[in-house]
Design a protein around this ligand. Structure first.
Ligand code: NZQ
Ligand code: ZN
Length: 386
């Protein structure tokens, strides 16, 4: 196992009917900006409940944070924060609202020029020494953003990942009943996204990390078990609760501590979202099976373990075992209603150049846990995914 530091400061407040506890976590008299997305939080009453739970604070609202939140939108919120000297940010939504709020929390403490540098070159490129405190009310289990320090922000034809430990939410309210209103496609996205988060931290090469491996396998098996059931039984609280907690644990640092990580599927997938508007999780379901087919020798040992421990494949021949694990994973995504081919989304072989250009322009020419996934290999993966 590699050396590692692990610290996760986010307090999780999990369960039914706990929205009114927000007031315990935001001091009285504070100016709070409540951030939300395109309308679901308003439509289903969550926003109103949040406001009612926060008397004796000065409340401001900023709505309209879009899926794959855009820099320009977020900078409008930054303007509001600066103008009213907001002291606390409360995100009510899924990964896009939470990520957007994290970016706003940092950008509010710097100039516009610095905000753009922060976006393009990361938090290390400018001296970010403070960020506004963040609280979260999660409405979509998927990204793990409610308990990590990452934000993925769109600008132009690109998505940028920004990370600063200053943006861990102070608290996150995880009430599974707030997810009853999700459309089936978003539930499926959440299952697939959480699944691939674990995969990116697990299907690499072995470093004898038994806790991390077992934990990863447990989450993957859980997601396989509850994924379709949650879509088919939308009013089942226990399924919602398990999906929510598995998704949070999939990307809060625990599974990935002390082990190699890959993130190639996400990096290539982000280009597909930025260029063609494919939902984040769907982009991953396209890239993952194809990447494994091309890279199965590199990931051989972990793919064999994944086949045995996650899919329970009992087969003598390792080649067949690996191929079966890959096809079962593809079938799993398809069973959730997620298509796994570029052509299913109208993306053609003539579009692949654009993806490669996007990767190249950001310097993504040495991806993977072994830094040897070149642009040529990315091209092969995309061609194989057509
Ligand atoms: O905008 P509204 O009207 O609120 O509707 C949203 C949105 O259209 C809707 N929704 C959310 N909660 C709902 C609901 N509809 C009904 N009932 C509810 N309770 O769902 C739609 C999608 O929301 P979004 O927040 O975009 O989805 P998700 O949580 O999947 O987030 C995706 C974003 O997270 C980034 C992705 O790149 C993408 O931008 N990621 C962030 C990560 C992180 N911070 O660690 C890691 C991930 O790999 C990912 O890259
Ligand atoms: Zn993801």
């Amino acid at each position: 196992m590699y050396n590692f530091n692990f610290q996760n400061p986010t307090q999780i407040i999990f369960g039914k009917d706990r929205l009114d506890e927000i007031s315990k976590h935001i001091p009285e008299g504070v100016k709070v900006l409540i951030l939300f997305g395109g309308g679901s939080a308003k439509k289903y009453g969550t926003l109103e409940k949040v406001k009612t739970s926060l008397p004796k604070r000065v409340l401001f609202e900023f709505g309209g944070i879009e899926p794959n939140p855009r820099y320009e939108t977020l900078m409008k919120a930054v303007e509001l924060v600066k103008k009213h000297e907001i002291e606390f940010l409360l995100a009510v939504g899924g990964g896009s609202v939470i990520d957007g709020t994290k970016f706003i929390s940092m950008a509010s403490t710097c100039s516009e020029h610095e905000s753009l540098t922060l976006l393009h070159r990361g938090a290390g490129a400018i001296p970010i020494t403070k960020a506004l405190p963040i609280g979260v009310v999660l409405t979509l289990p998927a990204t793990g953003s409610e308990m990590n320090a990452f934000a993925v922000i769109s600008h132009g034809d690109s998505k940028y990942a920004v990370m600063s430990p200053l943006t861990y939410p102070k608290f996150s309210i995880l009430d599974p009943s707030l997810t009853f209103t999700l459309p089936a496609t978003q539930v499926a996205n959440g299952v697939a996204d959480a699944f691939v988060h674990v995969i990116e931290q697990y299907v690499t090469f072995p470093v004898n990390a038994s806790f991390q491996d077992s934990m990863a396998e447990g989450i993957l098996r859980n997601l396989i078990e509850i994924g379709r059931k949650t879509i088919d039984n939308p009013a089942d609280y226990d399924l919602r609760a398990n999906l929510m907690w598995n998704a949070t644990m999939a990307l809060n640092g625990l599974v990935g501590s002390g082990v190699p990580q890959d993130w190639s599927v996400h990096t290539i997938g982000h280009e597909l979202t930025a260029l063609f508007g494919v939902d984040h999780a769907k982009s991953l379901a396209i890239v993952l099976p194809s990447l494994w087919q091309i890279r199965k020798e590199k990931k051989r040992k972990k793919l064999i373990r994944f086949a045995e421990k996650v899919w329970g494949i009992d087969e003598e021949n390792d080649e067949i075992k690996i191929d079966l694990a890959i096809s079962k994973t593809r079938e799993f995504f398809e069973s959730l209603g997620i298509k796994t081919r570029l052509s299913d989304y109208g993306i053609l072989d003539t579009d692949i150049d654009k993806v490669i250009y996007g990767l190249k322009s950001k310097g993504f020419n040495a991806l993977s846990e072994t830094n040897d996934l070149t642009l040529d290999i990315s091209r092969k993966i995309l061609e194989n995914a057509l």
